[in-house]
Design a protein around this ligand. Structure first.
Ligand code: HEM
Length: 121
């Protein structure tokens, strides 16, 4: 029985999805403002960490890290609607990559488990 991360293609799939996902997020005017002024050098690594988490792969982040990493964004108004937009953009990216709907639903469910930490509540 393979894990979701393995089924999606492991690290290679994460690398492929990072670029497509980030482009989609930056083009999404519901959420792009939150990424203004973000350190671009570190951004690829962060996006990789993001996708590894939501693919259910090996990552070192905790709920506390997610709180600390997004608290400054919550202070700038980050809320459920923005979280929903990110999950939607992620689903659209995976769909574009030919990932089956059942796997996309699993990724969305995993993302969901981080919602209260990301939104600091
Ligand atoms: C599924 C939920 C989410 C996960 C798993 C996630 C994951 C991550 C991770 C791992 C980092 C790197 C943290 C660090 O090491 O500094 C990060 C940073 C970031 N996230 Fe998220 N994130 C989520 C939701 C969101 C949402 C909804 C937004 C905004 C619409 C967002 C915007 C950002 C930004 C702008 C950064 C960079 C912050 C900075 O460097 O100033 N994230 N996220």
């Amino acid at each position: 029985m393979s894990t979701l991360y393995e089924r999606l293609g492991g690290e290679a799939a994460v690398d492929l999805a990072v670029d497509k996902f980030y482009r989609r997020v930056l083009a999404d005017d519901r959420i792009s403002a939150f990424f203004e002024g973000v350190d671009m050098e570190r951004q690829a690594a962060k996006q990789k960490a993001f996708l590894t988490m939501v693919f259910g792969g090996p990552h070192h982040y905790t709920g506390k890290d997610m709180r600390d990493g997004h608290r400054h964004l919550v202070a700038r108004g980050l809320n459920d609607s923005h979280f929903d937009a990110v999950v939607e953009d992620l689903g659209a990216t995976l769909k574009e990559l030919g990932i089956p709907d059942s796997d996309i639903a699993e990724v969305a469910a995993l993302a969901e488990t981080t919602r209260n930490d990301v939104l600091d509540r």
